[in-house]
Design a protein around this ligand. Structure first.
Ligand SMILES: Cc1cc2nc3c(=O)[nH]c(=O)nc-3n(C[C@H](O)[C@H](O)[C@H](O)COP(=O)(O)O)c2cc1C
Length: 197
Protein backbone atom coordinates (compact mmCIF):
# COMPACT_ATOMS: atom_id res chain seq x y z
CA UNK A 1 0.00 0.00 0.00
CA UNK A 2 2.27 2.78 -1.22
CA UNK A 3 -0.34 5.56 -1.40
CA UNK A 4 -2.63 4.93 1.57
CA UNK A 5 -5.81 6.89 1.97
CA UNK A 6 -5.83 9.15 5.01
CA UNK A 7 -8.63 11.36 6.27
CA UNK A 8 -7.63 14.52 8.18
CA UNK A 9 -10.32 15.99 10.41
CA UNK A 10 -10.15 19.62 11.51
CA UNK A 11 -12.08 19.63 14.77
CA UNK A 12 -11.60 23.20 15.95
CA UNK A 13 -14.09 25.95 15.22
CA UNK A 14 -11.04 28.14 14.46
CA UNK A 15 -10.07 27.77 10.83
CA UNK A 16 -6.51 28.94 11.35
CA UNK A 17 -5.99 28.14 14.98
CA UNK A 18 -3.32 26.07 16.65
CA UNK A 19 -4.70 22.61 15.93
CA UNK A 20 -5.49 23.55 12.33
CA UNK A 21 -1.93 24.80 11.78
CA UNK A 22 -0.46 21.65 13.30
CA UNK A 23 -2.80 19.39 11.34
CA UNK A 24 -1.92 21.18 8.11
CA UNK A 25 1.74 20.40 8.80
CA UNK A 26 0.95 16.73 9.46
CA UNK A 27 -1.05 16.63 6.22
CA UNK A 28 1.91 18.12 4.33
CA UNK A 29 4.18 15.48 5.81
CA UNK A 30 1.77 12.66 4.95
CA UNK A 31 1.44 13.91 1.37
CA UNK A 32 5.19 14.16 1.04
CA UNK A 33 5.35 10.48 1.96
CA UNK A 34 2.87 9.62 -0.78
CA UNK A 35 -0.46 9.47 1.05
CA UNK A 36 -3.71 10.45 -0.59
CA UNK A 37 -5.10 12.81 2.07
CA UNK A 38 -8.64 14.11 2.21
CA UNK A 39 -9.16 17.10 4.50
CA UNK A 40 -12.49 17.58 6.28
CA UNK A 41 -13.33 20.76 8.18
CA UNK A 42 -16.09 19.95 10.65
CA UNK A 43 -17.25 23.53 11.10
CA UNK A 44 -18.24 23.62 7.40
CA UNK A 45 -20.53 20.59 7.74
CA UNK A 46 -24.02 20.11 9.07
CA UNK A 47 -23.88 17.21 11.52
CA UNK A 48 -26.60 16.86 14.14
CA UNK A 49 -25.74 15.55 17.59
CA UNK A 50 -26.80 11.96 18.26
CA UNK A 51 -30.49 12.02 19.27
CA UNK A 52 -30.34 8.59 20.95
CA UNK A 53 -33.40 7.38 19.09
CA UNK A 54 -31.57 4.14 18.21
CA UNK A 55 -32.84 4.01 14.64
CA UNK A 56 -29.47 2.27 14.13
CA UNK A 57 -30.84 -0.82 15.92
CA UNK A 58 -32.51 -1.85 12.65
CA UNK A 59 -29.35 -2.36 10.60
CA UNK A 60 -26.63 -0.30 12.20
CA UNK A 61 -27.43 2.68 10.02
CA UNK A 62 -27.87 6.12 11.62
CA UNK A 63 -31.42 7.36 11.08
CA UNK A 64 -30.40 11.02 10.92
CA UNK A 65 -29.46 11.90 7.36
CA UNK A 66 -26.98 14.74 7.11
CA UNK A 67 -23.27 15.22 6.37
CA UNK A 68 -22.35 12.45 8.82
CA UNK A 69 -22.81 9.69 6.24
CA UNK A 70 -20.27 11.24 3.85
CA UNK A 71 -17.68 11.68 6.60
CA UNK A 72 -18.33 8.15 7.95
CA UNK A 73 -17.84 6.56 4.53
CA UNK A 74 -14.63 8.47 3.92
CA UNK A 75 -13.23 7.46 7.30
CA UNK A 76 -14.24 3.81 6.82
CA UNK A 77 -12.57 3.68 3.41
CA UNK A 78 -9.30 5.14 4.73
CA UNK A 79 -6.33 3.30 6.17
CA UNK A 80 -5.52 6.19 8.49
CA UNK A 81 -7.18 9.05 10.31
CA UNK A 82 -5.53 12.20 11.61
CA UNK A 83 -7.86 13.86 14.08
CA UNK A 84 -7.15 17.31 15.53
CA UNK A 85 -9.12 18.99 18.29
CA UNK A 86 -8.34 21.64 20.91
CA UNK A 87 -9.06 20.96 24.57
CA UNK A 88 -12.45 22.38 25.46
CA UNK A 89 -13.37 21.85 29.12
CA UNK A 90 -10.95 18.95 29.36
CA UNK A 91 -12.31 17.04 26.42
CA UNK A 92 -12.54 17.43 22.64
CA UNK A 93 -14.37 20.35 20.97
CA UNK A 94 -18.13 20.11 20.50
CA UNK A 95 -17.67 19.71 16.73
CA UNK A 96 -15.42 16.70 17.31
CA UNK A 97 -17.61 15.19 20.02
CA UNK A 98 -20.72 15.45 17.86
CA UNK A 99 -18.97 13.47 15.13
CA UNK A 100 -17.77 10.86 17.64
CA UNK A 101 -21.24 10.42 19.10
CA UNK A 102 -22.77 9.77 15.70
CA UNK A 103 -20.44 6.78 15.38
CA UNK A 104 -22.50 5.14 18.10
CA UNK A 105 -24.43 3.79 15.10
CA UNK A 106 -21.29 1.87 14.08
CA UNK A 107 -20.85 0.62 17.67
CA UNK A 108 -24.45 -0.64 17.55
CA UNK A 109 -23.79 -2.31 14.19
CA UNK A 110 -20.65 -4.05 15.47
CA UNK A 111 -21.88 -5.24 18.83
CA UNK A 112 -25.66 -5.41 18.72
CA UNK A 113 -26.53 -6.02 15.05
CA UNK A 114 -23.54 -8.08 13.80
CA UNK A 115 -22.73 -9.35 17.34
CA UNK A 116 -18.97 -9.19 16.73
CA UNK A 117 -17.28 -10.91 19.70
CA UNK A 118 -14.86 -8.59 21.54
CA UNK A 119 -12.04 -11.10 21.02
CA UNK A 120 -12.53 -10.93 17.24
CA UNK A 121 -11.79 -7.21 17.26
CA UNK A 122 -8.63 -6.26 15.41
CA UNK A 123 -6.95 -2.94 14.74
CA UNK A 124 -6.81 -2.79 10.99
CA UNK A 125 -6.20 0.93 10.74
CA UNK A 126 -4.15 3.61 12.44
CA UNK A 127 -4.95 6.95 14.00
CA UNK A 128 -2.88 10.02 14.78
CA UNK A 129 -4.35 12.49 17.25
CA UNK A 130 -3.31 16.13 17.64
CA UNK A 131 -4.42 18.44 20.43
CA UNK A 132 -3.53 21.67 22.17
CA UNK A 133 -4.67 23.34 25.36
CA UNK A 134 -4.11 26.72 26.96
CA UNK A 135 -3.01 25.55 30.37
CA UNK A 136 -0.23 23.29 31.57
CA UNK A 137 -1.80 20.81 33.97
CA UNK A 138 -0.54 17.26 34.05
CA UNK A 139 -4.02 15.86 33.43
CA UNK A 140 -4.94 18.31 30.66
CA UNK A 141 -5.32 15.62 27.99
CA UNK A 142 -6.45 12.68 30.15
CA UNK A 143 -10.19 13.11 29.53
CA UNK A 144 -9.96 13.54 25.80
CA UNK A 145 -7.50 10.68 25.38
CA UNK A 146 -10.05 8.30 26.88
CA UNK A 147 -12.71 9.57 24.44
CA UNK A 148 -10.32 9.29 21.50
CA UNK A 149 -9.17 5.77 22.39
CA UNK A 150 -12.72 4.46 22.62
CA UNK A 151 -13.70 6.31 19.46
CA UNK A 152 -10.76 4.77 17.59
CA UNK A 153 -11.73 1.37 18.98
CA UNK A 154 -15.10 1.59 17.26
CA UNK A 155 -13.25 2.35 14.03
CA UNK A 156 -10.95 -0.70 14.48
CA UNK A 157 -8.20 1.83 14.77
CA UNK A 158 -5.09 1.83 16.92
CA UNK A 159 -4.00 5.16 18.43
CA UNK A 160 -0.58 5.20 16.76
CA UNK A 161 0.55 8.50 18.24
CA UNK A 162 -0.82 11.54 20.06
CA UNK A 163 0.83 14.94 19.66
CA UNK A 164 -0.22 17.02 22.67
CA UNK A 165 0.86 20.61 23.26
CA UNK A 166 0.27 22.73 26.35
CA UNK A 167 0.21 26.51 26.83
CA UNK A 168 -1.11 27.44 23.41
CA UNK A 169 -4.10 29.74 23.61
CA UNK A 170 -4.28 32.60 21.11
CA UNK A 171 -4.76 31.69 17.47
CA UNK A 172 -1.12 32.09 16.38
CA UNK A 173 0.58 30.86 19.55
CA UNK A 174 1.78 27.70 17.82
CA UNK A 175 3.76 29.78 15.32
CA UNK A 176 6.12 30.70 18.17
CA UNK A 177 7.07 27.01 18.31
CA UNK A 178 8.57 25.95 14.99
CA UNK A 179 9.71 22.77 16.73
CA UNK A 180 6.05 21.73 17.22
CA UNK A 181 5.32 22.35 13.55
CA UNK A 182 8.35 20.33 12.57
CA UNK A 183 7.27 17.51 14.88
CA UNK A 184 3.79 17.49 13.30
CA UNK A 185 5.29 17.40 9.79
CA UNK A 186 7.61 14.53 10.72
CA UNK A 187 4.75 12.68 12.43
CA UNK A 188 2.71 12.97 9.22
CA UNK A 189 5.57 11.42 7.28
CA UNK A 190 6.18 8.67 9.83
CA UNK A 191 2.45 7.93 9.99
CA UNK A 192 2.41 6.94 6.33
CA UNK A 193 5.44 4.70 6.83
CA UNK A 194 3.72 3.06 9.81
CA UNK A 195 0.59 2.43 7.74
CA UNK A 196 2.66 0.98 4.91
CA UNK A 197 4.74 -1.29 7.13
C1 LIG B 1 -15.02 26.62 24.91
C2 LIG B 1 -13.58 26.56 25.27
C3 LIG B 1 -13.16 25.74 26.31
C4 LIG B 1 -11.82 25.64 26.64
N1 LIG B 1 -11.44 24.78 27.63
C5 LIG B 1 -10.11 24.66 27.94
C6 LIG B 1 -9.68 23.75 28.96
O1 LIG B 1 -10.47 23.06 29.60
N2 LIG B 1 -8.36 23.68 29.25
C7 LIG B 1 -7.43 24.42 28.56
O2 LIG B 1 -6.23 24.32 28.85
N3 LIG B 1 -7.81 25.26 27.55
C8 LIG B 1 -9.12 25.40 27.24
N4 LIG B 1 -9.50 26.25 26.23
C9 LIG B 1 -8.47 26.97 25.44
C10 LIG B 1 -8.15 26.28 24.11
O3 LIG B 1 -7.79 24.93 24.30
C11 LIG B 1 -7.00 27.03 23.42
O4 LIG B 1 -7.38 28.36 23.16
C12 LIG B 1 -6.53 26.36 22.15
O5 LIG B 1 -5.33 26.98 21.72
C13 LIG B 1 -7.55 26.46 21.04
O6 LIG B 1 -7.07 25.72 19.94
P1 LIG B 1 -7.39 26.12 18.42
O7 LIG B 1 -6.62 27.40 18.17
O8 LIG B 1 -6.91 24.98 17.62
O9 LIG B 1 -8.86 26.30 18.34
C14 LIG B 1 -10.85 26.41 25.92
C15 LIG B 1 -11.27 27.26 24.90
C16 LIG B 1 -12.63 27.35 24.57
C17 LIG B 1 -13.05 28.26 23.45
Amino acid sequence: MQHPKIVAIYGSPRRKGNTATLLKKAVEGARESGADVEEIVLRDLKISPCLEIYGCLQAGECAIKDDFQVVRDKILQAQGLILASPVFFYTVSAHTKILMDRFQSLWVKKYWVDKTPKEKQTSTRKGLFISVGATKGKKLFDGMLLSVRYFFDVLDMELWKALLYRQLDFQDDVLKHPEYLEEAFEAGKAFVKAINS
